[in-house]
Write a protein that binds this ligand. Structure first.
Ligand code: PBG
Length: 340
């Protein structure tokens, strides 16, 4: 990433005579490639995928080009994206209403959809990095990421106990990394200790450290049928106005032994990505979320923007801000563009 130091004395010596002509380095494609400061690579991409219990595939209406896949079709998709050079997928389940309850108990069923899917992927495409989501919202009738008491309060410590069970079930199924996206306090440390105690010392933690209470998650909640049935997520996800709080969350997750920290969403939070990059030596991930995807797709469908160029420009901005990794529904499209 670029440094912020500007050698001002050089500039003041030469500007008068127009000796410095920045355009010299922009003259040809080869020159521009030579001095390009930021490279978007297929190695940076993590592909989020939706799996469902039903057969076939169903397009998510607010996310054109993204599907809920049956396990069988998901395996084909995973094999294909690994062929394209994508190293990792992030798995999200669509759980049928009859399996949801108040406490999200299906989340740690050893034979549950996520666990079955992880096992199947690890058989079919063992090399791909499988990242599983740790949060209760796909599994609860109320759609919140944690347990709720009679007053509608989201309970922290009892939720962490369930998240630990969920992470252990995912590790037992063969997940390479677990990714807590719930924003309960203390869950990274609790999960790390439990994984180690059970011998899963090599299962990593991708922490959704600075996750904001964002309106950009709307299409994802359509994809999972997981919109909260009452209230909002503002008592656990972060206030969109805050920067220092993001750094506090990152410091805590680093102290609790996270392997990778994440900022989410990405596009409206490039300043946060930049600050987090300077606050830790861990890899920093950014989540180019469903609403960011939907906006580009919608404008492109209208013919109002050049989709390919806008995708590349958007993801490059995240790298430039300091992200090492990008979770993006564009991963497959970008892999194809970069390979062409
Ligand atoms: C919930 C979760 C959400 C996303 C990932 N995990 C939504 C939410 O917090 O309500 C959003 C991802 C996206 O919008 O692409 N644990």
């Amino acid at each position: 990433m670029s440094s912020l130091i500007v050698p001002t004395n050089e500039i003041s010596l030469t500007t008068d005579a127009l000796l410095m002509r920045p355009r010299r380095l922009r003259r040809t494609p080869a020159l521009r490639r030579m001095v390009s400061e930021t490279q978007l690579s297929v190695n940076d991409l993590i592909y989020p995928l939706f799996v469902m219990e039903e057969e076939g595939k169903i397009e998510v209406s607010s996310m054109p080009g993204c599907y809920r896949y049956s396990l069988e079709l998901l395996l084909e998709e995973v094999a294909q994206v690994y062929q394209l050079g994508i190293n990792a997928i992030a798995l999200f389940p669509v759980i049928s209403e009859k399996k949801k309850d108040d406490t999200g108990s299906e989340s740690y069923n050893p034979e549950g959809l996520v666990q079955q899917t992880v096992k199947a992927i690890k058989q079919a495409v063992p090399e791909i990095v499988v990242i599983t989501d740790v949060a209760l919202d796909p599994f609860t009738t109320h759609g919140h990421d944690g347990l709720v008491d009679e007053n509608g309060t989201i309970l922290n410590d009892p939720t962490v106990e369930v998240l630990v069970k969920m992470a252990l079930a995912q590790a037992a199924a063969g997940a390479d990394m677990v990714a807590p996206s719930d924003m309960m306090d203390g869950r990274i440390g609790a999960i790390r200790k439990a994984l180690d105690a059970q011998g899963y010392i090599n299962v990593g933690i991708l922490a959704y450290s600075a996750k904001y209470a964002s309106a950009y998650y709307g299409p994802f909640r359509d994809a999972l049928d997981s919109a909260p049935q009452f209230g909002d997520k503002k008592t656990y996800q972060m206030d969109t106005a805050n920067v220092r709080e993001a750094l506090k969350e990152v410091f805590l997750d680093v102290a609790e032994a996270a392997d990778i920290v994440m900022v989410k969403p990405a596009l409206a939070y490039l300043d946060i990505i930049h600050q987090v990059r300077h606050a830790t030596h861990l890899p920093v991930a950014a989540y180019n979320v469903s609403g960011e995807y939907a906006m580009i797709k919608a404008a492109a469908q209208q013919g109002w923007i050049d989709e390919k160029q806008v995708i590349l420009e958007t993801l490059t901005s995240m790298k430039r801000a300091g992200a090492d990794l990008i979770l993006t529904y564009f991963a497959k499209e970008v892999a194809l563009i970069l390979a062409s």
